[in-house]
Design a binder for this molecule. Structure first.
Ligand SMILES: C[S@@+](CC[C@H](N)C(=O)[O-])C[C@H]1O[C@@H](n2cnc3c(N)ncnc32)[C@H](O)[C@@H]1O
Length: 227
């Protein structure tokens, strides 16, 4: 049975998105970062220092991507290259360089948005030092804010694989309605805490233009490195 917690303008579900998402209304944007199945292919990703957890062992079924397209007027899926999604012009690229030679220099997101492909530059530990992250694949908040800025007329956002709640933190900072779903109790509790903290803090940079963060230089002007 799924449990719901409400924090500010955020509704957080502890449960399985295959059961909860069908019950939810339509959103302006579904922005998500599903398991890439890297756990199943651990042999080819031996550099990853991830907890030995089952959540990343399998990718979501194709029908769930179909449901996400129905439930989201616009859809952005990180790790889009791992999934069975149609060709798109408007993909997003997160340039993480410089990275050690044996690590990937970036990640790709599939989008349903008809736009030019775009790139965001920023370190993996852009907002939190890597050793202090709450989730092994936690994304920088400013990366998620930049993603939201690429979609049109967004008032409501859903992340069915919310992990530590980074999309929810971005929405709290941007004043947007957010609905998140997370299956693992540990990460759900962390998401609740992070989103509560985001609501408790005034926005530090009210006039920051998140859409302008397409380069590392502009991005670094918004927050001190590793703040
Ligand atoms: C790649 S992580 C997301 C990390 C997130 N972007 C962040 O910054 O913390 C994917 C998350 O989806 C969760 N998950 C996997 N299958 C799920 C399901 N069927 N329903 C809900 N959550 C699920 C996993 O527990 C994991 O925390």
């Amino acid at each position: 049975m799924a449990e719901k917690v409400t924090i500010g303008n955020a509704e957080l579900w502890h449960g399985d998105c295959r059961e909860v998402l069908p019950l939810l209304p339509r959103f302006d944007l579904i922005l998500t970062d599903p398991p890439y199945g890297i756990g199943a292919a651990r042999g080819s990703h031996s550099n990853l220092k991830m907890d030995d957890e089952a959540w990343d062992d399998a990718t979501p079924p194709d029908w769930l991507f179909g449901l996400m397209r129905e439930k989201g007027r616009q859809l952005i899926v990180w790790g889009g290259n791992y999934f069975n999604l149609p060709p798109t012009r408007g993909f997003l690229f997160w340039d993480k360089s410089p990275m050690p030679p044996s690590y990937a220099v970036g990640e790709m997101a599939w989008t349903s948005i008809d736009m030019n492909a775009a790139k965001w530059c920023g370190k993996v530990g852009d907002d939190v030092p890597v050793k202090d992250r709450d989730h092994p694949t936690q994304k920088p908040v400013r990366l998620l804010e930049w993603c939201i800025s690429k979609a049109e007329n967004v008032a409501s956002v859903c992340d069915p694989f919310m992990g530590s709640g980074t999309t929810g933190v971005a929405c709290a900072r941007m004043g947007l309605q957010f609905v998140g779903i997370e299956r693992e109790r540990k990460y759900f509790d962390i998401a609740c805490r992070r989103i509560e903290q985001a609501y408790a803090q005034p926005r530090l940079f009210e006039d920051a233009k998140v859409g302008a963060g397409d380069t590392a230089v502009q991005g670094d002007m918004l927050l001190p490195a590793n703040a």
